[in-house]
Design a protein around this ligand. Structure first.
Ligand SMILES: Cc1cc2nc3c(=O)[nH]c(=O)nc-3n(C[C@H](O)[C@H](O)[C@H](O)COP(=O)(O)OP(=O)(O)OC[C@H]3O[C@@H](n4cnc5c(N)ncnc54)[C@H](O)[C@@H]3O)c2cc1C
Length: 401
């Protein structure tokens, strides 16, 4: 956004509570690699120029990439400046920070949507003898006690953490809720390549049937590993991870209760994957790519045991740690503009917030399916900077009229 505002000669400042790339420095596990291939991390005027376009960036590489972008674009970043409140005034907005106040005519909220881990309320019933941590707090298996681990959530974070913890020698149970299965490589190309080429990632927020639902859909069950393998539930079952249903509750005496929906969840996920691959096949056929790569194929259905357990006495089952990979939500506790809905989410139309001169960027399906990816920021920033520039122009026109 800063780069797009600079292109339009709009005077601005970027306020950051930590260092540039703060979330990547402080809120990710050590072994994380991007699940998007190198070529796909495209920011305005700054793409991948190395010799491994199909590889996946390690955490230090992501930090370096974002920090380099800030340097190259000369973004006017004020680091170690925490915004403590934002309120509207007659002239625009008053931004209070721990380093003083700012007044501005327009404001872009780019504070992220994964600020707080979403953990079910019954997590408070986990017995004190069992460590409980979120995917944001997990760093590596060395921080865990010996013994069994229950990982809750089977999207990209949960499956990656379950795999790593299992490989450390700890027995892992994975509680599976709604998830979207996806092959890493399909017909010889990365799934992200197909979704990019076929226009799936460019699908607009005003084109989908139910945008509220689309914004809640979990991330694809993908991992970026050097061998480009598919990390789905079958792969986890093969290495010995035990699958159970969605964690539905916890009794006072520490017994976990799992939903009986595991088979349905997996069938639904297989079905959705099939639909995506059908769409890709159709696009490949229409665009003359049918004969160039591998023919169309489908992964075998997700294997689920006949009667997965519906309950588990955590202590008796030797569970020593629970890792919550159950999603995230934004932290708008500093926002004093009445722009949130009943669920605490920003009310906006494609990033144009209901409060004039206020914008949101970086959130799930903001303007396009790819909006929450690094690759989605550029197009959204372009669109929103056009809107913002015209808002400022109109405002000047109104004031001088
Ligand atoms: C586990 C995980 C894995 C991911 N993997 C991928 C991937 O493989 N590929 C991909 O494209 N995307 C991935 N993403 C999504 C990616 O993180 C987002 O696209 C990207 O972080 C959005 O950038 P952002 O700048 O909008 O938000 P953030 O990266 O969250 O940055 C927000 C910034 O605002 C700062 N901030 C927050 N509140 C305040 C305040 N009050 N005052 C001052 N500063 C504040 C924060 O310190 C932070 O630096 C992943 C996300 C997660 C959580």
């Amino acid at each position: 956004m800063s780069r797009c505002l600079a292109e339009r000669a709009i005077d601005h400042v970027v306020l950051e509570r930590g260092e540039v790339a703060h979330t990547w420095r402080t809120e990710r596990w050590d072994s994380l690699r991007l699940l998007t291939p190198n070529w796909q991390s495209r920011l305005p005027g700054f793409g991948y120029s190395g010799n491994d376009p199909d590889g996946y960036r390690t955490l230090p590489e992501v930090i370096n990439f974002i920090a380099s972008y800030a340097r190259v674009t000369g973004a006017p970043v004020r680091t170690h400046t925490t915004v403590t409140s934002l309120r509207s005034t007659e002239a625009g907005y008053l931004v209070r920070t721990d380093q003083g106040d700012w007044r501005c005519r327009a404001v872009v909220v780019a504070s992220g949507t994964c600020n707080i881990a979403r953990v079910p309320t019954f997590a408070s019933l986990v017995p004190p003898s069992i460590a409980s941590l979120t995917a944001k707090e997990y760093r590596n298996p060395n921080q865990l006690a010996d013994g069994g681990v229950l990982v809750v959530g089977a999207s990209s974070s949960g499956t990656q953490i379950a795999s790593e913890v299992h490989r450390s020698g700890r027995p892992v149970i994975l509680s599976v809720g709604e998830h979207i299965r996806a092959p890493r490589v399909y017909r010889g190309k990365d799934l992200e390549w197909w979704m990019d080429a076929a226009g799936v990632l460019d699908e607009r927020y005003d084109e989908v049937y139910d945008i509220a639902r689309a914004r809640r859909v979990p991330s694809l069950q993908l991992a970026g590993t050097p061998d480009r393998s598919t990390l789905d539930l079958n792969a986890l079952t093969e290495i010995g991870v035990k699958l159970v249903g969605r964690l539905a509750g916890m009794t006072e005496d520490g017994k976990a209760q799992f939903a009986g929906s595991l088979r349905n969840m997996c069938a639904l996920s297989d079905l959705k994957m099939g639909r995506l691959l059908d769409l890709i096949d159709k696009w490949a056929q229409e665009n003359g790519l049918d004969d160039t790569g591998e023919p169309s194929y489908r992964l075998p259905a997700t294997r689920v045991e006949a009667a997965p357990p519906l309950g588990l006495d955590l202590a008796a089952g030797n569970i020593k740690t629970i890792i919550w990979a159950t999603g995230y939500r934004p932290d708008y506790s500093w926002l004093e503009v009445p722009a949130l809905d009943r669920k605490g989410m920003m009310r906006h139309d494609g990033g144009v917030v209901c409060s004039p001169g206020m914008y949101l960027i970086g959130s799930q399906f903001l303007r396009r399916r790819k909006s929450a990816l690094i690759d989605g920021a550029g197009d959204d920033a372009h669109d929103l900077s056009v809107h913002l520039a015209s808002y400022l122009d109109n405002r000047v026109a109104r004031v001088t009229a």
